[in-house]
Design a protein around this ligand. Structure first.
Ligand code: SF4
Length: 341
């Protein structure tokens, strides 16, 4: 049995940054450290931080006044910042800069007189945060069924924004349907689906071309981008399974199989991927072939409020760390070379 391993897979720059934020906060501040919601959608990451003493809460009103609280990578509504101010929390915002970009776009287009049409999944933390930027001025469209029935203004300017972890393929059909009903709908100059989502989906498409019998996507059930990877494989006729680790692989999946594809969502640690590969090798998997579609180099700096805290707590070590980060950081994500819409 061949094992084909997708590259890129696993951690993106936003997840890497969010995890680094919690690690550094544990280092810099006295416990306890609170995190609002799951810092990233992965059970292993959250479990590891719980073991280190991090307390995860659903809302900031569960955090004692004046404590250190970290916001997850998915972004929050302005009301959450107001709540933090009211409770005098020491807030560290680990929102991915690419999600922040969408929040800023909301305000830019509202100022220009647009009503926003957001394509995304109701209830996802990122969508809740983005919708919260302008309640009543954003209409959520989840899928093609809703695109056929949504009631939008024919006179007001309309702008489409999208959840960062949807695929271009997911949004294309919805946008085409919306355009057929509302020809005055406009698309932003750059799309919002992030580089990491797109690159991981492109890698799955390449695996599907290599004759794999099925695809294992390593990721937690609540990871939107991991779930999309299964769908991308399915759209190309490849059966896929979303697994949180090797213990979820069923023995009969491997019967008569000659090639398995393996990838991971953007919030999945590499050690979990390695444990899946090791399991496959213990069940007759041969050497691992890495299938590379693009090399990623995007790095995001940790938030300024954390860098300031690091320097005030330990000037010597923190300055070195900041210098190293600056060496490898970019002000913004590296975009892919061509627009996708
Ligand atoms: Fe940011 Fe994209 Fe990673 Fe989400 S998947 S955290 S938007 S880089």
């Amino acid at each position: 049995m061949r094992v084909l391993l997708a590259n890129p897979r696993g951690f993106c720059a936003g997840v890497d940054r969010a995890i680094k934020v919690v690690d550094l906060a544990l280092d810099v501040f006295d416990p306890p450290i609170y995190v609002r919601r799951e810092i990233v959608h992965n059970s292993h990451v959250v479990g590891d931080f719980r073991e280190k003493g991090v307390i995860f809460v659903d809302e900031l009103d569960e955090v004692p006044n004046g404590a250190v609280a970290i916001l997850s990578a998915h972004g929050v509504a302005p009301a959450v910042f107001e709540q933090a101010r009211a409770r005098s929390l020491r807030l560290i915002d680990a929102t991915c800069p690419l999600v922040t970009k969408v929040h800023l776009e909301v305000h830019r287009f509202l100022r220009q007189g647009f009503h926003i049409v957001l394509i995304g999944h109701e209830g996802h933390d990122e969508v809740i945060g983005t919708m919260g930027e302008a309640p009543g001025r954003i209409t959520l469209v989840e899928n093609e069924t809703q695109a056929r029935s949504v009631d939008l203004s024919r006179h007001e300017k309309l702008m489409v924004l999208t959840q960062t972890t949807l695929g271009v393929d997911d949004t294309r059909g919805v946008i085409e349907l919306l355009l057929s009903r509302y020809p005055h709908l406009q698309l932003p100059p750059t799309d919002d689906v992030c580089y990491a989502t797109q690159n991981r989906q492109d890698a799955v498409k390449e695996l599907a071309e290599r004759g794999i019998d099925f695809l294992l996507v390593v990721g937690s059930k609540n990871s939107s981008n991991a779930a999309r990877l299964v769908e991308v494989g399915a759209a190309r006729g490849v059966r896929g399974f979303l697994i949180d680790g090797p213990d979820q692989i069923q023995n009969n999946w491997l019967d008569g199989v000659t090639a398995v594809g393996v990838t991971a969502g953007a919030s999945t640690p590499e050690h979990v991927v390695r444990s899946v590969v090791a399991f496959l090798q213990s069940r007759g998997g041969g050497g691992v072939e890495t299938v590379t579609t693009i090399e990623e180099s995007t790095v995001f700096q940790v938030p300024v409020e954390l860098r300031v805290a690091m320097e005030s707590r330990n000037p010597k070590r923190k300055k070195t760390e900041t210098k190293n980060q600056n060496t490898h950081s970019r002000a913004a994500a590296a975009p892919r070379s061509a627009p996708r819409r």
